[in-house]
Ligand binder design. Structure first.
Ligand code: SF4
Length: 461
């Protein structure tokens, strides 16, 4: 029997066609008319899994149809793989990064920076026509290969198997050795010994734990950022200047400011102006890296800021959000819960610590750009020791008026697994709100078991 696919309603087409174009890094544009065509004709044929009405991705099969920027983030997600292939055909350099850093130096060096989720998204999008079960089976198989070839102790979100199999044209693997991610050192070392030795490797060494007020640490990390840019230049053959980095910092600061404004606007509303998935996909645009194209992210973000302000002013409630939902704050790296099923259970996700930590950290624009970027990066709240990180998290929980906190850690995400208990203990001690810790496997159909536990927590709230 054919699977039931979600279809966008023609009733919303006219409103959508009135919205803005998306402008890309290379100056090209895509019009709302072209986006509508993709989402209603081309997309469902190429990626039926993304349109399938299935509990795995929520039982609505879509986000908010009347919010044009929701359709645009969906378009950018579905075209991601094809856009990366096109970028490579046009000679663009692509770096694999990992750890929660901002991508200013990569933008300065004219390099697309892709973190693990995006590397997997690129690979997943190379095959067309799969339903959800086939898609998951395919992902699970490739991850089993990675567990086997690299280590069962790593989370395997990094896409080691795709790079080593030569499926993806990644030029350089250049992550920061930040505290949050225990997979970085496994990953870079494993690539050094894998069959595909052509890929260039650099670990950007990051002084760990509360070093931000030590001048030597800032100077040392600034030097490592210079090495990073030099390595990226060896791939592209260009010479990145300090002025290029300053321009990139200014561009990313604009994204960070807009993303922060949007999140605070959302938090200020008594009635949630979007559902959980739309909130996450729009706020995450603030880092400008989410779709492998900083200008495309910026253009959708600007428009989203305008739409959310209108909704907040007019008291419009996000699609399928229940009245007075319980507000959840999600902690941990590379995690999230099923937004739509949690909404059906009477909740809404109001924030996350991961990614938000660097979105809300602006970089000074006067003075040495390397020093300024190093200083801000060392100050990321998510990269601090337990007490400091917990205090910052408590501030975000209070600002977002969360009723409950869920800390999720993936199998193999060793730092997050180890610190989840003390972090939530501090949160509970100081705020008194209920907390819950959950471990899971990052890959495959984990949905039902996880949702049972999340729903029980929501019921308890
Ligand atoms: S799940 Fe943890 S270890 Fe894996 S990539 Fe994310 S932060 Fe790193």
């Amino acid at each position: 029997m054919g699977k039931q696919l979600f279809r966008y309603s023609e009733a919303n087409k006219e409103g959508f066609l009135d919205s803005d174009n998306i402008t890309f890094n290379d100056g090209s544009i895509v019009t709302p008319e072209e986006i509508w065509h993709y989402l209603t004709v081309e997309g469902p044929v190429k990626y039926p899994s993304a349109f399938e009405v299935n509990l795995y991705q929520g039982n609505r099969g879509s986000r908010d149809e009347t919010l044009p920027t929701s359709l645009k983030t969906r378009y950018l997600g579905l075209t991601f793989s094809a856009r990366m292939e096109k970028a490579k055909d046009n000679g663009k350099s692509i770096a694999f990064i990992q750890g929660g850093q901002a991508v200013d130096p990569y933008t300065a060096a004219d390099t697309i920076a892709l973190r693990p989720g995006l590397v997997n998204q690129w690979n997943n999008g190379l095959e067309y026509g799969n339903d959800i079960n086939k898609e998951n089976l395919r992902r699970k198989k490739s991850k089993e290969k990675a567990f086997h070839d690299m280590s069962f102790e790593a989370c395997q979100t990094g896409g080691y198997e795709h790079v080593q199999a030569g499926n993806l044209r990644i030029d350089v693997i250049a992550p920061y050795t930040v505290l949050r991610c225990s997979d970085v050192s496994y990953g870079v070392e494993a690539h050094r010994h894998g069959p595909n030795k052509d890929v260039k490797l650099l670990n950007v060494d990051f002084p760990l734990r509360n070093q931000a007020d030590k001048p030597w640490a800032i100077e040392y990390f600034a030097g490592n950022l210079r090495r990073l840019v030099h390595t990226l230049d060896e791939v592209t053959g260009r010479k990145t200047t300090e002025d290029d980095l300053l321009k990139a910092i200014k561009l990313h600061n604009e994204g960070r400011r807009l993303g922060t404004e949007l999140a605070e606007l959302w938090w200020s509303a008594d009635i949630p102006p979007t559902n959980s998935d739309d909130r996450a996909s729009l706020v995450s645009l603030g880092n400008l890296e989410t779709h492998g194209d900083v200008q495309a992210s910026l253009s959708v973000l600007k428009e989203a800021r305008k739409f959310i302000a209108e909704r907040v002013k007019n008291g419009v409630k996000g699609h399928a959000v229940t009245d007075n939902p319980k507000r959840l704050f999600i902690l941990g790296s590379c995690v999230g819960i099923n937004g739509s099923r949690s909404e059906d259970a009477g909740a809404i996700v109001v924030g996350r610590d991961d990614q938000w930590s660097h979105c809300s950290s602006l970089v000074e624009e006067e003075g040495d750009p390397y020093y300024n970027l190093a200083k801000t990066t060392l100050e990321y709240p998510y990269e601090q020791g337990i007490e400091k990180r917990a205090q910052w998290t408590i501030e975000q929980i209070r600002k977002s008026r969360a009723d409950g906190v869920i800390f999720i850690h993936n199998w193999g995400c060793n730092t997050q697994a180890a610190i989840s208990r003390p972090i939530v203990d501090i949160i509970k001690r100081e705020t008194g709100i209920p907390t819950y810790i959950h471990e899971r496997d990052l890959h495959g159909l984990r949905d039902e078991q996880e949702q049972n536990r999340v729903n029980a927590f929501i019921e308890m709230l």
